[in-house]
Design a binder for this molecule. Structure first.
Ligand code: IMP
Length: 203
């Protein structure tokens, strides 16, 4: 029988990315299949703390190995804000949040608009063992939104090393290859397969 893993997300995009990464070696369940499990509170000071808290909470509650991520945008001119509070930076939708960001940065000159997307990923086993990996993607905050792919702050996140395109102008494959989440997933893969006792898969 294949080892089972709970990925603590309801985000279909993240789930697809993880299933693609582990291939057939592991049966991946999401919170959609286990809706009654209570959600741990994300009140940590760092992405790593939040990811670990979530993964440990779900592993204990379900008895399954659990993988959880926490991510956000850190803007240098704002002292690292919105950071772990990225999802709650402004009331409303993604657009309300990136518009608030553009307005906070309206007088900040080009060379000081540096920012990074960060992701922490934690795998926790029911016995208490856990492993954390992080990923990071460097860029700049633009002056106006561009692009229709992705989510969150993607339309405002400019990638100077990709001809100044925004993250929302990349295809999902292009984004996965350079994103904070893609990097953390790729670093986690060997640990995931080893800890779950699954046979490695190609790719
Ligand atoms: P969570 O890790 O799913 O809780 O995401 C936290 C918040 O960070 C999201 O609601 C987005 O606002 C932001 N964020 C995280 N990753 C990305 C990304 O890849 N693109 C754009 N925004 C992101």
């Amino acid at each position: 029988m294949k080892p089972r893993l709970l990925f603590a997300t309801t985000n279909a995009g993240k789930l697809r990315e993880l299933r693609g990464l582990v291939g057939d070696a592991v049966e991946v369940l999401s919170l959609k299949e286990l809706p009654s499990v209570p959600e741990p509170v994300e009140d940590g000071a760092t992405f790593e703390e939040n990811a670990e808290k979530k993964a440990r909470g779900y592993a204990e509650a379900t008895g399954l190995p659990a993988l959880a991520d926490d991510s956000g945008l850190c803007v240098d001119a704002l002292g690292g804000r919105p950071g772990v509070l990225s999802a709650r930076y402004a009331e409303g939708d993604d657009r309300a949040r990136y518009e608030k960001l553009l307005s906070e940065l309206k007088d900040v000159p080009e060379e000081q608009r540096t920012a990074s997307f960060r992701c922490a990923l934690c795998l926790a086993l029911p016995g208490g063992l856990s492993h954390v990996e992080v990923g990071r993607c460097e860029g700049r905050i633009g002056h106006s939104p561009r692009g229709t792919h992705g989510f969150g702050y993607d339309p405002t996140f400019v990638l100077p090393h990709l001809a100044g395109r925004t993250m929302a102008e990349l295809t999902p494959e292009e984004k996965a290859a350079i994103s904070h989440r893609g990097e953390a997933f790729r670093k986690m893969k060997p640990h995931l397969l080893a800890l779950l006792g699954a046979r490695p898969v190609e790719g």
